[in-house]
Write a protein that binds this ligand. Sequence first.
Ligand SMILES: *[C@@H]1O[C@H](CO)[C@@H](O)[C@H](O)[C@H]1NC(C)=O
Length: 423
Amino acid sequence: MQTAVVLLAALALAGAQHSPNAELVEQLFGGAGSRHSTNIVVDALLDVPGLVRKYGYPVEVHDVLTLDGYITRAHRIPRGRDAHSAPGPRRVALLVHGLMCSSADFVVLGPGNALAYVLADAGYDVWLANARGNYYSRRHLFLNPNDREGLDFWKFSWDEIGNRDLSALVNHIVRTTGEQKMHYIGYSQGTTAFLVLNALQPQFNERFYSFQALAPAAFNENGQNSIRDIFVHFEFILEAVAFSLGFGEIMGGEGWRETIAGLGLALCNDQSPLQPLCASVIMGGGDLEHFNKTMLPVFLGHNPAGASIRQIIHYSQVQRFRRFARYNHLNPVDNLLSYGSFTPPEYDVSKITVPSYLYYGKNDAQSNYNNVLLLGERLGNTAGIYQIERESFNHFDFIWAADARVQLYDKLVEIMKAVESSQ
Ligand SMILES: *[C@@H]1O[C@H](CO)[C@@H](O)[C@H](O)[C@H]1NC(C)=O
């Protein structure tokens, strides 16, 4: 399978080689001044640091060790790319990706469009997290993510991502930059992890200027999704079955990224008759008018990026029990050992005192706006709730829409600047 994929990618690359050499080099690596993807194949295959470097931005890679032995990898864009972006202290923006995603969420739209670049150009020191278990963070001091017997590496949900990964990363950023506070921008699961961190360890509240919550996911008391609703009732069987079959990881693993990237390049390119199908599968039948189909192979080269099966199960539990609570173990005795009670305790979001700004899409099936409004009511310090103007804006538009900058990112930067001048 992998050989075939490499072959496909090579073929696609060969297709680009009609141009003379200088032009080819420019096309492949000369992204420094551009505002769009200069080469779809290269951008699908490069990793995040490679992409960022290609477009002329400085980039750093930071490995951060968590208390429970996971080694997570953060990417940093310390400043913008123009000549005026001199090195020097600047405010930190920490960006945290969604479920089965990675730091790539914030760069795949390319310079001039993607949130990480918009923030770097606006003067921020941009940090991009990668949650344990994804493509960049499949490492542990002594547990092996490829071990199909024990699966101990995969026994985590977004509870640990918030409680362990985020706390370690925030401490690392403070140590590295000397900045005592930062802005936090989460997308979907990235917002869930923030709530977990500050509800369980409220001392972290003082580390943040603001919480910018894009398509936040916490309470799930409204909305219906019939297929998911049926599935939710089998959540408790799912873990037992998956783990007994030797699956702790979904949509990731050795060779996964190369495979999906190869398929995306082969089947979803501008010449492929299957491209419209690719687009509607990926956007879940949403509005494609503001979706640039040419970019499909790039998006698929970076997403999905893998997760633990427990992350999905934990969201199912939130829906099934109608409680935003800690992970419910199969065996209640494990709950007792972990939490001191047979029922997992709820996350107390009233303890979150960071000024919180929530952004939702009216057409977002994954983060139903009624649930976002509920979160707004329950948070300790809700400072603003914004509906994205375009009514068809859905869950994936937050990271992939051609108009994400106009609809959202520019406003976000404006609000962050306003928060700074008021504090
Ligand atoms: C779509 O993406 C391609 C590749 O990045 C770019 O050349 C083109 O201008 C984009 N189209 C729109 C409408 O943004």
